[in-house]
Design a protein around this ligand. Structure first.
Ligand SMILES: NC(=O)c1ccc[n+]([C@@H]2O[C@H](COP(=O)([O-])OP(=O)(O)OC[C@H]3O[C@@H](n4cnc5c(N)ncnc54)[C@H](OP(=O)(O)O)[C@@H]3O)[C@@H](O)[C@H]2O)c1
Length: 349
């Protein structure tokens, strides 16, 4: 199985490349900068292609079984990579988590991907894949839903420069809400859950709306009147808030000076808990929980596993969310050796 990692020179691209090699896959390292790619190639084929050169991108992917998109922010650089994968007739997965990019991919490429008989499964990193899947598993137990809340809590999460850039992009672009069975702008909309008790914790935590891309993916496979995504407000540290208040160019210049991401020693200390709390229209409740450690290491594992399954033919053709593409329980079960734990508890009928 031959996999092209586009953006292989970035923090996440390097982790994904290493994970793909560990799984015995044949890797093509791809991106815009030949010298940066050669630094990470370790003998692998190098395919240089700028995102503004569509034919070169498609040529870079020809002969591969799947493209893994790791170059971001995806709302800036993601679209040509998806388009080139479809043109080359190659499956596609990525580490995106930006709402408007996800909506664009679903709206623009669904039919083209089907016609080309390729599976396009964006957002298979730490967010959004586990949140999309746990919402699916909890929601299915008490559907149709009146409300679905997806709550994030992270610990020791030192974001990479790429994550900060993409998060700022999301905050600048404005986010979406899902209310009364349809998408709308979240502007001016108050978050309903301003506190949340995470599993195993005695105290409620203050929460804030999180512009999670599950808003775009989950209503495609869970029947819900309303979906809300919140996070432990602690994730909005003073540095992140200060960055959101600066003009874009000043903010970007500061980010360029930050460390690339957590060190190898520090990375495994990080962790996430995602809770999906579903309330059926009949009042029954289901709660799903998924957790893991090593946020960026996990993102690489999830991404390569998704790529492997797409090539194995598990996903149909078209643009699909992770839970639409794969059997969610089987996928999460397969991650147990990597420390992923999940459970769903539901009221009986
Ligand atoms: N969902 C998840 O779990 C998850 C996890 C990690 C990262 N991410 C996302 O993945 C993306 C990358 O994150 P990162 O931490 O790896 O960031 P990073 O270290 O800054 O790497 C960014 C990558 O994008 C490439 N790139 C940037 N602009 C480009 C352009 N105009 N044309 C071609 N390539 C371009 C860079 O290429 P050069 O090396 O040539 O500069 C580099 O390979 C971000 O959007 C981030 O939010 C998601």
């Amino acid at each position: 199985m031959k996999v092209a990692v586009y953006g292989a020179s970035g923090y996440t691209g390097r982790l994904v490349t290493a994970e793909a090699r560990r799984r015995g896959l044949d890797v093509v390292v791809s991106g815009r900068d030949a010298s940066r790619l050669r630094e990470v190639a370790e003998g692998a084929e190098v395919a240089v292609a700028d995102v503004n050169d569509a034919p070169a991108l498609a040529r870079a992917f020809e002969g591969c079984d799947v493209v893994i998109g790791c170059a971001g922010p995806f709302s800036h650089v993601g679209d040509p990579v998806v388009r080139a994968a479809i043109t080359a007739g190659v499956h596609y997965v990525d580490t995106s988590a930006e709402q408007l990019f996800l909506r664009h991919v679903f709206d623009t490429y669904a039919e083209q991907a089907e016609r080309a008989a390729v599976s396009v499964v964006p957002a298979v990193g730490f967010d959004i894949l586990p949140g999309d899947m746990i919402a699916h598993l909890a929601g299915a137990r008490v559907e149709p839903l009146d409300e679905l809340t997806i709550a994030y809590q992270t610990n020791d999460f030192d974001m990479t420069r790429g994550t900060i850039r993409s998060s700022l992009q999301v905050l600048r672009d404005g986010d979406l809400a899902y209310e009364d069975g349809r998408w709308r702008s979240a502007e001016g909309l108050a978050v309903k859950r301003t506190s949340f008790t995470f599993p195993g914790q005695a105290e409620e935590r203050l929460t804030a709306r999180w512009p999670g891309a599950e808003i775009v993916t989950v209503p495609r496979h869970v029947r819900a009147r309303r979906v809300e995504i919140i996070t432990d407000a602690a994730v909005f540290g003073p540095e992140l808030i200060a960055l959101t208040q600066l003009p874009a160019e000043e903010g970007d210049a500061i980010i360029d000076q930050l460390p690339e991401g957590p060190s190898e020693e520090r990375r495994p200390a990080s962790g996430f808990t995602i809770v999906a709390e579903a309330v059926g229209v009949d009042g029954r409740r289901a709660t799903g929980v998924v957790r893991a450690t090593d946020i960026y290491g996990s993102a690489a594992v999830f991404t390569v596993e998704a790529a492997r399954r797409v090539v194995a033919g598990e996903a149909k053709a078209g643009v699909l969310s992770p839970a639409q593409a794969f059997d969610s329980a089987a996928f999460l079960d397969s991650l147990a050796p990597y420390g992923v734990e999940w459970s769903v508890v539901a009221d009986e009928k």
